[in-house]
Write a protein that binds this ligand. Structure first.
Ligand SMILES: Cc1cc2nc3c(=O)[nH]c(=O)nc-3n(C[C@H](O)[C@H](O)[C@H](O)COP(=O)(O)OP(=O)(O)OC[C@H]3O[C@@H](n4cnc5c(N)ncnc54)[C@H](O)[C@@H]3O)c2cc1C
Ligand code: FES
Ligand code: FES
Length: 478
């Protein structure tokens, strides 16, 4: 059993044990390594000032993606390569993204600038050309409060792409991959000053540890847990990071099901959905920011159990099945029976989510997903809905509805579903269904919206579905 983490920072190997293991990466970089180019503003994943690249071994190379270092703790980073703004220099000079930021006046106070440069470098790691929308998408998770976005976007669109060196070119991967290979298969247990962290290499090790340590807090992407640590006083004594468990990160289709591994990131799900299920992609594109989607997982969204979790209404109408693995083996549970109350899950203390199985829809089905939030991007839903129907020859054959943000858990609407089935797909039917939907929910007023606003959305969304799907004439199952 190892008692240290191994990772690289800007090409240098680091072996870390003791209290540092329990630090946010941004703290380790700024106060431990003098990498003060990484800034901290919000410490909760919202502003992107702390963006760094995290590289993980994949398919014989190291793949880099931007994440928020304020909500990545070191115990999540075993066997990774962290690249900061300081590490993106080319031959000791500004890189082409930095030059463009200078040439196009993309910075005033400069506090957001390192995060913006890192996010743009990541964009040009995977794209040899980028249009305005690509630049805007890459910067969704980066806020600037003094320059204004126009010069920053102009800088992003005027990078001398022929001179860009990818992160993989700056840091040849062979040595790192060999080092990660030596470590990844060996679990790590690190204890210091009353805190313990376990990093299992297999599901069996994870389950065994969780059973023996019932108070363990699981950390996967950390985009919920680490915000709770930074901002809500969560101070777990025992942590288990799932980041090194092999074989849980895939998103693939098997036996007419989409199978999402318990460690698969939201970004991997979005990548799959882009071509295969554009309706889901629409919602994934609105989920947090690239940094959040790169770190966060679908399993984390399910296990966190928020009634406004964006993937849940979709998973409810798809009748997804959650695979839990515990001391007694595997157990499958329909997501519609998983939640027992606000953030209360039917999950035994020794269990972890290992896979999510989502039956693929038939071609004659229509599925629509909706998210209502105060801002378009990087905002939590006030209300969310998924509507799945089969309409043939103008008649509704089956209807599945799930609403989020209208009660302590995401809700199916069985009375409205039963009302719709067998009815003519007409405006009056959907108008009446909307009125019935209001009666099936119990929203509250909070900072994101009033009770009345949510009731009205619950009613109106039925009409929106009817009008947007060309009155139910065109099935759009994906
Ligand atoms: C800035 C910001 C924006 C966000 N935007 C959105 C948004 O638009 N929509 C939205 O729905 N959410 C949003 N979130 C919330 C969060 O990103 C998601 O809930 C995400 O899916 C959590 O995944 P994770 O892997 O990071 O979970 P973690 O934080 O690692 O864990 C969350 C919970 O799940 C448990 N857990 C994790 N993995 C497992 C497992 N395999 N088995 C059992 N338990 C497990 C943990 O113990 C914890 O209780 C946002 C968060 C931030 C910080
Ligand atoms: S400091 Fe704002 S996202 Fe990290
Ligand atoms: S340059 Fe000041 S916040 Fe962006």
């Amino acid at each position: 059993m190892r008692d240290y983490l191994l990772f690289y920072v800007n090409g240098q190997e680091h072996r870390v044990g003791g209290q540092d293991v329990f630090s946010p990466l941004s703290t380790y970089l700024r106060y431990g390594q003098g990498c003060t180019g990484t800034k901290v503003v919000c410490a909760e994943g919202d502003c992107g000032a702390c963006t760094v690249l995290i590289g993980r071994a994949a398919g014989g190379t190291v793949e880099y993606m931007p994440v928020n270092s304020c909500i990545q703790f070191l115990y999540q980073l075993d066997c990774t390569h962290v690249v900061t703004i300081e590490g993106l220099k080319v031959e000791g000079k500004l890189n082409p993204v930095q030059e463009a930021m200078v040439d196009f006046h993309g910075a005033q106070c400069g506090y957001c600038t390192p995060g913006i440069v890192v996010a743009l470098c990541s964009l040009f790691d995977c794209k040899t050309q980028a249009d305005e929308q690509d630049v805007k998408d890459a910067l969704t998770g980066n806020l600037c409060r003094c320059t204004g976005y126009e010069p920053i976007i102009r800088a992003g669109m005027n990078v001398a792409l022929e001179r860009v060196r990818s992160t993989g070119e700056l840091y040849p991967p062979q040595e790192m991959i060999a080092r990660f290979g030596e470590h990844q298969g060996r679990p790590a247990l690190i204890a210091s000053e009353g805190k313990t962290c376990f990093i299992p290499a297999t599901v069996e090790e994870a389950v065994d540890f969780k059973e023996k340590n019932p108070g363990t807090v699981i950390v996967s992407g950390g985009t919920d847990v680490c915000v709770n640590i930074n901002k809500r006083g969560l101070d777990p004594d025992v942590i288990m990071s799932l980041s090194n468990i092999a074989g849980l990160s895939d998103v693939k289709v098997e036996n007419s099901h989409l199978v999402v591994g318990g460690r698969a990131s939201l970004a991997a799900l979005a990548d799959w959905a882009r071509e295969e299920m554009p309706e889901l992609y629409k919602i994934m594109w609105l989920f947090g920011s690239p940094q959040i989607r790169n770190a966060g997982t679908l399993a984390g969204n399910i296990a966190n159990g928020s009634p406004i979790a964006d993937t849940l209404p979709w998973l409810f109408v798809m009748e997804a099945v959650v695979e839990m693995t515990g001391p007694a083996g595997k157990r499958l549970i329909d997501i519609n029976s998983l939640y027992k109350g606000y953030k209360q899950l039917d999950m035994a203390p020794g269990e972890i989510i290992t896979r999510i199985l989502i039956p693929l829809p038939e071609n004659n089905e229509t599925i629509r997903l909706f998210k209502v939030s105060k801002r378009q991007n990087l905002d939590i839903s006030a209300f969310a809905a998924a509507i799945r129907m089969t309409i043939e020859a103008g008649k509704i054959h089956s209807a599945k509805l799930a609403y989020g943000g209208v009660g302590p858990v995401v809700l199916r609407l069985p009375k409205t579903e039963a009302f719709l089935e067998g009815k003519e797909a007409a405006l009056t039917t959907f108008g009446n269904a909307g009125k019935l939907a209001r009666e099936e929910i119990t929203p509250i007023s909070d900072v994101r919206g009033s009770k009345d606003f949510r009731l009205q959305l619950a009613e109106n969304i039925m009409l929106k579905f009817f009008l947007e799907t060309a009155c139910g004439r065109e099935p759009v199952c994906r």
